[in-house]
Design a binder for this molecule. Structure first.
Ligand SMILES: [Zn+2]
Length: 244
């Protein structure tokens, strides 16, 4: 009797939990934007932008989808539709919208990499640590013929947030460190260092000033705006004026 009650409760909770599908948008011949979705408290279907870079036979994932079901979808897209080999994933910080399906990646034998501070933060949020850690603030990866720079600009949205940059494409993946150009709020600052954040953004701009930044992918919302970085600084300035 008890077992039956438990089973029917489980079925109810399974049937009410939302199942989302990722959206995939090509940005150019080497870069796909993928958007996964998740719920946080009363906020339903929050979008999270992430990226797949492809070159030659290889693919490299920036972050993971929000949940395991959506990880299965992006893996199938890369392996079955694009016919590419997934080299690894680089996690940009230890929140669910970046690291949420790390276990699904490991199950599929996809190695995960992260800045050592992300490994420190992951267990605090109930997530598995990235398998391989890097300790330098500037670390190079390669996918086919494309270089990828993992850069730690300093604390901002979180103490562990990194950005990923493809010099050949002047392409910056800001993750949650960078807001959309259309964003009206600075977003979730529960783990942020809002005092340090503006300096960290400026440090990042300096770092990539030689090669330049043309395309910016923010963590959430539209990327089709030329001023995501400037808007992030403006929102932080507004925040400062209103007091933390
Ligand atoms: Zn976050």
């Amino acid at each position: 009797m008890k077992t039956h009650v438990l089973i029917s409760l489980l079925l109810i909770s399974l049937s009410t939990s939302a199942q989302y599908s990722i959206d995939i948008t090509p940005i150019d011949s080497n870069i796909y934007l993928y958007t996964s979705y998740g719920d946080v408290d009363n906020y339903k279907k929050i979008d999270a932008n992430a990226v797949v870079v492809i070159s030659g036979n290889d693919a490299l994932l920036f972050d993971t989808p929000w949940d395991n079901a959506q990880a299965t979808q992006i893996i199938a897209f890369i392996q079955d539709s694009l016919k590419k080999n997934i080299l690894l994933s680089i996690i940009t910080h230890a929140h669910v919208d970046r690291i949420g399906s790390i276990d699904a990646l490991h199950k599929n034998n996809i190695p995960t990499f992260g800045y050592y501070r992300t490994a420190e933060e992951a267990p605090k949020h109930g997530h598995t640590k990235p398998e391989y850690l890097f300790y330098a603030i500037d670390t190079n990866f390669r996918c086919g013929s494309l270089d990828i720079v993992a850069y730690y600009p300093g604390a901002g949205h979180t103490v562990d947030n990194i950005v990923l940059y493809v010099p050949h494409k002047k392409f910056l993946y800001g993750g949650c460190f960078i807001k959309s150009g259309y964003s009206q709020t600075i977003g979730n600052i529960a783990d942020a260092d809002v005092a340090a954040w503006p300096e960290s953004v400026k440090k990042m701009q300096q770092r990539f000033t030689n090669t330049g930044i043309e395309t910016v992918i923010p963590g959430h919302g539209s990327w089709k705006s030329a001023n995501a970085i400037e808007n992030t600084l403006r929102l932080l300035e507004d925040k400062k004026e209103r007091g933390y």
